[in-house]
Design a protein around this ligand. Structure first.
Ligand SMILES: [Zn+2]
Length: 232
């Protein structure tokens, strides 16, 4: 019943696959909404077991399953949302050796791991494969996302060249609703990219300061000398 969406775009979703790098507070929201929207397949990577500290944001999890692999808990809940969904779950951290083979064949990828090495590996794989990637992240009361259309718009490596040294994995606060909001926005972009419904954000970053409810959308310039996507 969405205006101008119709059966054709719904079928489009059904025959599409999305890769989700991380199903924490952010990627978990993206994955759940793509599952409920009727996407055909989700390929997910997420390493680690469920801890109590995950529960303030990870809605696919279950307090009764502490200590279990998060991909197992999530898989059971995906089936409750959409039993027709094809699932491929990988309890691994992404790196340059495995990212490409995991993402290959997907129509879109969502980068939602809380560390730079996995994001960088995803970025490189998506640029090499020509698969659009949604780079989405949050930290405390801030969040952002931008879409990477390989060789058309800036990639992550165009402006973050290596690990950010003063940044510590999981060394930041999370209000679950902030990570969920950014995750939902990433799901909206994924649906748009897959179906061609509406215009995805292009060449710009959506940055939200939730503390003061200010949004900015700075332009992102492609670095022609970028070692991942540059033409020189
Ligand atoms: Zn680049």
């Amino acid at each position: 019943m969405l205006e101008n969406f119709g059966t054709e775009k719904q079928e489009n979703l059904k025959h599409s696959a999305a890769f989700i790098g991380g199903i924490g507070g952010l990627g978990g929201a993206t994955a759940a909404y793509l599952a409920s929207a009727g996407i055909g397949k989700l390929v997910i990577s997420h390493a680690g077991n469920l801890t109590e500290s995950n529960m303030n944001r990870q809605l696919l999890m279950d307090i009764n399953r502490l200590g279990d692999p998060r991909i197992d808990v999530a898989a059971e809940n995906f089936m409750k949302i959409n039993p027709d969904l094809k699932l491929e779950m990988h309890n691994v951290r992404l790196n340059d050796d495995n990212a490409k083979s995991l993402i290959k064949g997907c129509n879109v990828a969502v980068s939602a791991r809380p560390n730079f090495p996995e994001r960088m590996a995803m970025n490189k794989a998506c640029v090499n494969l020509g698969i659009p990637m949604i780079e989405a992240a949050m930290d405390d009361m801030r969040g952002y996302y931008f879409n990477i259309f390989p060789h058309e718009t800036a990639c992550l490596n165009c402006f973050i060249k290596s690990d950010v040294s003063d940044w510590e994995e999981l060394g930041f606060g999370v209000l679950g609703a902030v990570s969920g909001t950014i995750g939902c926005m990433a799901a909206v972009e994924a649906v748009k990219i897959i179906t061609g419904h509406g215009k995805p954000l292009k060449g710009k970053m959506m940055h939200i300061d939730f503390m003061n409810m200010r949004t900015i959308t700075p332009e992102l310039r492609k670095d022609q000398n970028c070692s991942v996507c540059g033409s020189k």
